[in-house]
Design a protein around this ligand. Structure first.
Ligand code: DGL
Length: 263
């Protein structure tokens, strides 16, 4: 397999660009191809079989495009489908899961909030990790219903998004959490609003950087790092109007291509 082939990344929509950003920063010599399956967002309220078949569809498309490794930049798809993807394809997969472990270890109040989709919070993988690290911790799990839709429609800083977040965070504030885990790759785009709502002593953590480091480690392990210094520009594909996706990545990179694609 040629090392100059791209890293394939997919998400249910624009959220996984928060992971793409970290990968692009850490691995600037790698070409990246990002699939935003916004037409099927949100994944988080769909049955597991549907999340699996959408993940298979995205994987097939990225393989067709020559991906050498696939990053599932979606907590919902990772926690519901990555086991099946790994068993079905002969290519390394990197996933993203809510960062419960560091939050539980660092919390002095022994109270941690987790904001994620229903699909993630009800998954077996999440239950296993949670049980391992949160024995003596009060974990307040909240489904972020409605948040993905608002971000997908370009409303990540809108007053209605702030109102919804205030309502969702109420039980966490009551429980005096000192760590908030962002368990969905869309949610890092809510950090400006979250900082307005949360007291200063609440730390926000997400898994983006850890996913980028893991991607580098696995590329190294499989001898797949690109040795060619001149990586091609990142490519982004969406199956809806590309405006929201373009607005998000314009802020990050000057050299990129965003296109509409039926997939
Ligand atoms: N970015 C996806 C995640 O990390 C959002 C899921 C959804 O589409 O509901 O879970």
């Amino acid at each position: 397999m040629s090392n100059s082939r791209p890293i394939g990344i997919f998400d249910s929509g624009v959220g996984g660009t928060s992971i793409w950003k970290e990968i692009h920063q850490l691995l600037p010599h790698e070409q990246t191809i990002y699939l935003s399956d916004s037409r099927n967002a949100p994944y988080g309220i769909k049955p597991q079989e549907e999340i699996i078949s959408l993940s298979v569809k995205n994987t097939e498309k990225l393989l067709e495009m020559g991906a050498k490794i696939i990053v599932v930049a979606c907590n919902t798809a990772t926690t519901n489908a990555i086991k099946i993807l790994r068993a079905s394809y002969d290519i390394p997969f990197i996933g993203i899961e809510p960062a419960i472990k560091p939050a539980a270890l660092k919390s002095s109040n022994k109270a941690v909030g987790i904001l994620a989709t229903r699909g993630t919070l009800t998954s077996e993988l999440f239950a296993q990790t949670s049980e391992l690290y949160t024995q003596d911790i009060n974990v307040i799990e909240v489904e972020g219903n409605g948040l993905v839709e608002l971000i997908e429609s370009g409303k990540k800083e809108a007053p209605e998004t702030q109102r919804l977040l205030e309502k969702l965070l109420e039980p966490m504030l009551k429980a005096r959490i000192d760590y908030l885990v962002l368990g969905c790759s869309h949610y890092p785009y809510l950090i400006p609003l979250l900082k307005k709502i949360l007291p200063d002593d609440v730390s926000i953590i997400d898994s983006g950087e850890a996913v980028a480091r893991q991607t580098r480690a696995v590329l190294e392990q499989y001898n797949l790092l690109n040795s060619n210094e001149n990586a091609k520009a990142p490519r982004f594909y969406t199956n809806v109007d590309p405006k929201v996706l373009s607005d998000i990545i314009r802020a990050e990179s000057n050299h990129y291509e965003v296109s509409f694609l039926e997939f």
